[in-house]
Design a protein around this ligand. Structure first.
Ligand SMILES: [Zn+2]
Ligand SMILES: [Zn+2]
Length: 227
């Protein structure tokens, strides 16, 4: 029997790494759409990041930014890449605003390491960027369940993982950014909270609600109207 014992073992079966490297094995998009998907899921690429429509797309226009480097969270990435990440995030957000919703939230379940995951189900960092109706606001949920603080940039997330702690990062559509310690966060916390507010709670688990149709709609939209 195979047992997963180290971070290295996990890296070998990281679906994000397979998708970045355009490998068929462990590649969720090849599983969902077959080989003919032909890496169309990579909507945008910069030096250190990719933009993809994630498995679990409960609406079209839902995107994720992932770093090419296998790190458990953006906090673990070099702060030198914060600027590239921010520029890409703004580009993605503007695209979503143009074609899907004026209101865009983004969030990360920031793992400290592969055991202390802060609600993440992947060992590869990913930033969720989601078009929502105006009424969706995850800040009250955060204040109910955790002790968030407002932050102005990503330096706080680097600090948090330096101390070995997972975090939750949330930016509301008014651009106010929050972080909190996430040692006790439920898996996919932000997805659950968003879907509760949308009245679609049953879709929270991406593994059983991949959202194939929405993924394909987002791919087609990006092919028609590039970022
Ligand atoms: Zn990876
Ligand atoms: Zn996540």
């Amino acid at each position: 029997m195979n047992t997963i014992e180290s971070e290295d073992d996990l890296r070998k079966i990281c679906t994000f790494c397979a998708e970045i490297k355009k490998q068929e094995q462990y590649n969720l998009y090849c599983e969902m759409f077959g080989k003919q998907i032909n890496y169309r899921y990579i909507l945008k690429e910069t030096e250190h990041f990719l933009v993809i429509p994630p498995a679990g797309s409960f609406v079209p226009g839902y995107l994720e930014i992932i770093p090419k480097e296998h790190v458990p969270s953006f906090g673990k990435l070099s702060s030198k890449l914060d600027e590239e990440l921010t520029c890409l995030r703004i580009l993605v957000e503007d695209w979503i605003k143009k074609y899907y919703s004026k209101y865009v939230i983004y969030f990360e379940h920031g793992s400290a390491n592969f055991k202390n995951r802060g609600g993440s189900t992947s060992d590869h960092a990913h930033l969720h960027i989601v078009p929502v109706p105006k009424y969706v606001d995850l800040a009250p949920s955060l204040f109910r369940d955790f002790n968030p603080i407002k932050i102005i940039d990503f330096s706080a997330i680097h600090e948090q993982v330096k101390n070995g702690n997972p975090y939750l990062l949330y930016t509301h559509h008014d651009n106010i950014m929050y972080i909190c310690d996430a040692s006790n966060a439920k898996s996919q916390y932000f997805r659950r909270e968003t879907l509760i507010q949308l009245g679609l709670e049953e879709l929270w688990d991406w593994k059983t609600n991949l959202g194939r149709e929405n993924i394909m709609k987002t791919i087609e939209m990006s092919e028609k109207y590039a970022f």
